[in-house]
Ligand binder design. Structure first.
Ligand code: TYM
Length: 336
């Protein structure tokens, strides 16, 4: 039987942080040999907020190299860059014409980001989830492994599938296939180091709020030393009034590979002064192989470019076949 397919992606806006790793990429890596995987760097999404043209290309390569550094294995997975495959933009246009604007205005991330962009929010920000639906549906995946914050976008993708099939297909022979979000319980929402009630985010102006995968041991130590805690002795996951304790214990649990019970028992009587060095050491140890592999990937001239070229060819074949199917269903004349 053919393996089920997985598709996911990350935006090349700044460095990858622990939230991206624990919420998404680690899960791609853990599950990859069960699936036929497609992982893209979604650089078209990266311009929905003001971006720097001088670094867009290098940021895109950095993310692709980090996929490899985190353990994406080319035997099971295809890595590619979204903008190298024009079908993403073309399918977005086709979907735009069947997606009601109010579906997009209801997206939580749109509302949050629109507040940040202020007046004259650009159309791309509103349309972002339609582009994401196109990214996904071109590859007809069964599963889309993401963090909690992307759940609503995948629900919208499913709504677009239903609407498209309703308009242009029959229940017996649907054209598009609905994917399922794959969201792990632990790590699906890693919180900021400066505020345990806010998500760790690339767009937070404070570097102190996140640990990046390429941070040096020194930077990691400094950030954990200064991270927000509370004045209570004894650490627990389960007190809703202690979001920082819950977040930092969860990070320790995942990065050390221990169970919740083991960590609860180990840290029950600890103070922060004892816990922080433990978390620091565990984080440095967990990220060290990623930094090392990243350096190896970047040092080998032409290696990444070749992988991305092969990835583009393989991904384009799948994407173009779906796009043709969609255009046919919509009644387009196809070039002969
Ligand atoms: P992006 O680039 O913001 O984040 C990439 C992945 O990291 C997850 N993530 C988190 N997980 C846990 N805790 C956090 N603090 C945290 N912050 C981010 C995200 O949920 C995501 O899985 N719209 C997407 C990119 C995208 C995409 C796609 C994803 C575009 N097309 C198609 C899947 C399939 C985004 O902005 O992710």
């Amino acid at each position: 039987m053919a393996k089920q397919r997985v598709l996911s992606g990350v935006q090349p806006t700044g460095n990858l942080h622990l939230g991206n790793y624990l919420g998404a990429i680690r899960n791609w890596v853990d599950g990859q040999n069960q699936y036929d995987n497609y992982f893209c760097v979604v650089d078209l999404h990266a311009i929905t907020a003001p971006h720097n043209p001088a670094t867009l290309a290098s940021d895109t390569y950095t993310i692709a190299a980090l996929y490899l550094a985190c353990g994406i294995d080319l035997q099971h997975s295809t890595i590619f860059i979204q903008s190298h495959i024009p079908a993403h933009a073309e399918l977005t246009w086709l979907f735009n014409c069947i997606t009601p604007i109010n579906w997009l205005e209801d997206m939580i991330q749109f509302k949050e980001k629109a507040i940040k962009q202020g007046q004259n929010v650009n159309t791309g920000l509103l349309d972002y989830p339609v582009l994401m639906a196109a990214d996904i549906l071109l590859y007809e995946p069964d599963k889309v492994p993401v963090g909690e914050d992307q759940k609503q976008h995948i629900e919208l993708t499913r709504d677009i599938v239903d609407r498209f099939n309703h308009l242009f297909a029959t229940p017996k022979e649907p054209v598009l296939k609905s994917p399922d979000a794959l969201i792990r319980k632990d790590g699906a929402r890693v919180m900021s180091l400066t505020d345990g009630t806010k998500k760790m985010s690339k767009s937070d102006p404070s570097e102190q709020s996140r640990i990046n995968l390429l941070d040096t041991p020194d930077e990691i130590a400094k950030k954990i030393k200064r991270c927000k805690t509370d004045p209570i002795r004894g650490l627990t996951f389960d007190d809703p009034d202690r979001p920082e304790a819950r977040n930092l214990l969860t990070l320790y649990m995942i990065l050390s590979g221990k169970t919740k019970e083991e960590v609860s028992a180990e840290c029950a009587d600890m103070g922060w002064g004892q816990f922080k060095p433990l978390l620091t050491e565990t984080t440095i140890q967990a990220l060290q192989p990623i930094r090392q592999k990243y350096k190896e990937v970047m040092d080998e001239k032409g290696y990444l470019e070749n992988i991305l070229k092969e990835g583009r060819e393989k991904a384009a074949e799948v994407a173009n076949a779906t796009l043709t199917k969609v255009k046919k269903a919509m009644g387009y004349s196809l070039p002969v």
